[in-house]
Design a protein around this ligand. Structure first.
Ligand code: FUL
Length: 472
């Protein structure tokens, strides 16, 4: 070996070592409160059904008083497979049933009370709506959840400690006999008056009566993947209205300053004015436009949407509702049928890319992956990303997503469009993004779009920028 060749080898080894030891760019640290595994899975559910059904349906009221005879529960053409078919067609991913509403009547053959379906002559006392719906849902690939009203206007024990044992025993039945449960709905409503074992009086409860901490511990013990939704549950929160819209900004964190815990919102709304079926509301089923508006203002604002579809006295979803839901499923498919493909985008640039690393480059917003994202250096609080199209495009809708597994960060965004004459103008703006933000855009020809984001607490991260074109 010549001297020169040895020197060359040594140099190569040294250079190789330098290359190997070059410090890789560190991933951004997670910020603040983070979603749990079950919350992350739940955020992907996005859209599911609510089913309000009990003796109340047959009395044509909203809040059953708790005095209906079990025999009044007589759905004549009962068909939970039809409910599920409609849910599937609408694009829903799950269903939550009122196993017991405020009237106290239980839709499954519980051993804990006589006030249940086993004491109706319907199906010779062999009915089990919870069992039927959970089975149909499973067959169709829908997740199943239960609503169990804490306020019970029938039970004599209500407002005494014995009722809490009763409520927990009911939960134990529901959470052990019907397979995986994705969500337990604890409702906060209590109007005071009720039947209460024939006493027909007002009953008020004090602050910690339900002792949710221990009740929820039981839920997690029996169903570790279930989301417990307030009343007493902290996994998900009420959006604050029953009209189908998420107020802005929508921070999934309970206290943004304190960053205490992840507490994402769920928007609950009925396809009709009431939660239960009433014939007089047959003409008031929400229009397609209204449902689409709800979709944009709930899921499109980072919340989950639970849409109530109440079975009628026959035990079927009324034809007006089922037709509307099928149409809605088709409209949703159409709405997002023309995603602008990454190959239609000539260039993606950002004002800053973390450490100049490819792993955090602006282009990561286009790769369709959950775990990859554009990131900036830690010191950055405002940044922009510019997407230049190969040809001018008439855009329709924009979808933005943060990688929420690293916390929610963005407080505001502004969208600018570059017209074909080179002029830039602002075309949209908004506040928080979170798991998803949908934004309709003006339908003008644009050759580029720039998105500005503000991230007051930590460096901005963005998982997705997806444009949709005007549906055909
Ligand atoms: C409320 C209840 O009082 C309504 O009847 C309905 O169940 C709705 C979803 O929640 O608190």
């Amino acid at each position: 070996m010549t001297h020169n060749f040895k020197a060359f080898l040594l140099l190569s080894v040294l250079l190789g070592m330098v290359a190997c030891t070059e410090t890789p760019v560190e991933a951004p640290a997670p910020f603040g409160a983070l979603p749990t595994e079950r919350q992350l899975a739940w955020q992907e559910m996005e859209f599911y059904a609510f089913v309000h059904f009990t003796t109340t349906t047959f009395r044509d009221v909203e809040w059953g008083y708790g005095d209906a005879d079990p025999d009044e529960f007589q759905p004549s053409r009962y068909d939970p497979a039809q409910w599920v078919e409609v849910m599937k067609a609408a694009g829903m991913k799950g269903v939550i049933l009122t196993a017991k509403h405020h009237d106290g009547f239980c839709l499954w053959p519980t051993k804990e009370t006589d006030y249940c379906i086993s004491n109706s002559s319907w199906r010779d006392g062999k009915g089990d709506v919870v069992g039927d719906l959970s089975r149909e849902a499973k067959k169709a690939g829908l997740k199943f959840g239960v609503y169990l009203s804490p306020w019970d206007r029938h039970d004599l024990r209500y407002s005494t400690p014995a009722y809490i044992d009763y409520y927990r025993a009911q939960l134990r039945e529901l959470l052990t006999q019907y397979g995986p449960i994705f969500e337990v709905w604890e409702d906060g409503a209590n109007g005071g008056d009720g039947y209460y074992g024939g006493r027909c009086e007002q009953r008020h409860i004090s602050g910690n009566y339900y002792d949710w901490e221990n009740t929820n511990a039981l839920i997690y013990e029996l169903q570790p993947n279930a989301i417990v939704r307030g009343g007493g549950g902290l996994d998900a929160r009420w959006c604050g209205n029953e009209s189908g819209w998420m107020p802005e900004p929508n921070w999934a964190v309970h206290d943004v300053e304190a960053q205490d815990y992840w507490n994402p919102a769920e928007v609950d709304v009925s396809i009709r004015p009431g939660w239960f079926y009433h014939e007089k509301e047959d003409g008031d089923v929400k229009s397609l436009e209204h449902l689409m508006k709800i979709y944009y203002e709930s899921i499109g604002r980072g919340a989950n949407l639970i849409l109530n579809i109440p079975p009628n006295k026959e035990g079927r979803i009324h034809p007006t509702d089922s037709t509307r839901l099928v149409e809605f499923g088709q409209a949703l498919k159409r709405e997002f049928s023309r995603p602008l493909s990454a190959s239609d985008i000539k260039r993606v640039e950002a004002s800053n890319e973390r450490g100049g690393a490819r792993r955090f480059a602006a282009a990561k917003v286009l790769d369709g992956q959950k775990d990859t994202y554009w990131a900036t250096d830690d010191s950055v609080r405002q940044a922009s990303i510019t997407l230049t199209f190969r040809q001018p495009q008439k855009l329709y809708t924009l979808s933005l997503r943060e990688p929420i597994q690293l916390g929610q960060r963005l407080s505001r965004y502004v969208v600018e469009g570059q017209q074909t004459d080179g002029q830039w103008t602002q075309i949209a703006e908004g506040t928080t993004i979170g798991p998803q933000r949908l934004q309709r855009l003006p339908q003008t020809e644009l050759q580029a779009v720039r998105l500005w984001v503000e991230s007051p607490f930590a460096c901005p991260l963005l998982r997705e920028v997806q444009f949709y074109l005007i549906p055909e």
